[in-house]
Write a protein that binds this ligand. Structure first.
Ligand code: ATP
Ligand code: MG
Length: 239
C-alpha cells in the first residue's frame, strides 16, 4: 500500500546483550497519527532512529510503500525527523534553514522560494523569513524546525520529544499549536513523548513502550479505561 509503514518483529540488542527493542510490530496506514509513549530509556528514540535508518537492527523487517527499506540509506528514505533540540543551523536565517534540505535535493531556486513561502505561511512564520535563529523564541524555533522538516515533503514525519526543551506554560500552548498543524497534514506522523497528555493530544493511537517492548497499544479511552496490567495503570497515573 502506498506510504504504508510496517514493522515486523524488530529486535535490537546492545553490544552487551541488553534488549533495546524486542518484538516490535507496527502497522501504520497512510495518514495515521501515532504517539509512542514510554518512560526514559524505554527505547523510543532507538525506535525512531531505526525507522529513519540512522541505527541498525538485528532482526525483523521494515517495509515502507510495500518494500523492505533495510538497505536504503537515511537520506534516500524521504522521512522527516525533528529532534528534541531542533538542530537548527545558527549561522543561517529562517529562510535558509527551511531551504536547506531543498537545496541539498538540487531543487531549482524559484521552486525553493515558493516551497519555503508555503512552509512559512503554514507555520505562521512569514514575517520571520530574514530573522536569525538566535533572535527567535523557543516556540518560534520549534515551528521553524517543523517547517524545515516538512519542506521536502517527507513520506513520514517523526517528532522526538518536540516540546521537552520548553517550560511548562509554553509546552501547553505549543502542544495545541503543534497538534493542530499535525492534524491538518495528510502525512503519517509518529510523535514520541514520555508525557501521556502530549501522547493523547498528538496521536489518535498510542503505543506504550516499556523496556523495549510494546506493553499496550490503543486509543486514549482504551488505554485509560482498560490498562492491561499494573505497570500500565501505574505509568498512566504517574505523570
Ligand atoms: N547505541 C546504543 N548502544 C547501547 N545502548 C544504547 C544505545 N542507544 C541507546 N541505548 C540504550 O537503550 C535504551 C533506550 O534508549 P533510548 O534513547 O531509545 O530511550 P528513550 O525512550 O528515547 O529515552 P528518553 O526518554 O530518555 O529519551 C537506554 O537504556 C539507552 O541507554
Ligand atoms: Mg529519547
Amino acid at each position: 500500500m502506498e506510504n504504508e509503514l510496517i514493522l515486523k518483529d524488530i529486535h535490537k540488542q546492545s553490544p552487551d546483550g541488553v534488549h533495546l527493542l524486542n518484538n516490535i510490530n507496527l502497522n501504520l496506514s497512510p495518514g495515521t497519527k501515532l504517539s509512542v509513549l514510554g518512560p526514559s530509556g524505554s527505547g523510543k528514540t532507538t525506535l525512531l532512529r531505526i525507522i529513519a535508518g540512522l541505527e541498525s537492527f538485528d532482526s525483523g523487517t521494515l517495509f515502507f510503500n510495500g518494500c523492505s527499506i533495510k538497505n536504503i540509506p537515511p537520506h534516500k528514505r524521504n522521512f522527516g525527523m525533528m529532534f528534541q533540540d531542533y538542530a537548527l543551523f545558527p549561522h543561517m536565517n529562517v529562510f535558509e534553514n527551511i531551504a536547506f534540505g531543498l537545496k541539498m535535493k538540487g531543487m531549482d531556486k524559484p521552486l525553493i522560494e515558493s516551497r519555503v513561502k508555503i512552509m512559512l505561511e503554514m507555520t505562521g512564520l512569514s514575517k520571520f523569513e530574514n530573522r536569525h535563529i538566535d533572535e527567535l523564541s523557543g516556540g518560534e524555533r520549534q515551528r521553524i524546525a517543523l517547517a524545515r522538516t516538512l519542506a521536502p515533503e517527507p513520506g513520514l514525519l517523526m517528532l522526538d520529544e518536540p516540546l521537552s526543551s520548553l517550560d511548562r506554560a509554553m509546552r501547553t500552548r505549543l502542544l495545541t499549536e503543534l497538534t493542530q498543524i499535525i492534524a491538518r497534514l495528510k502525512i503519517t506522523t509518529i510523535f514520541v513523548t514520555h508525557d501521556h497528555e502530549e501522547a493523547f493530544a498528538a496521536g489518535s493511537r498510542v503505543i506504550i513502550l516499556n523496556e523495549g517492548k510494546i506493553e499496550q497499544q490503543g486509543t486514549r479511552d482504551e488505554l485509560i479505561n482498560a490498562p492491561k496490567n499494573q505497570w500500565v495503570k501505574d505509568f498512566l497515573r504517574m505523570v
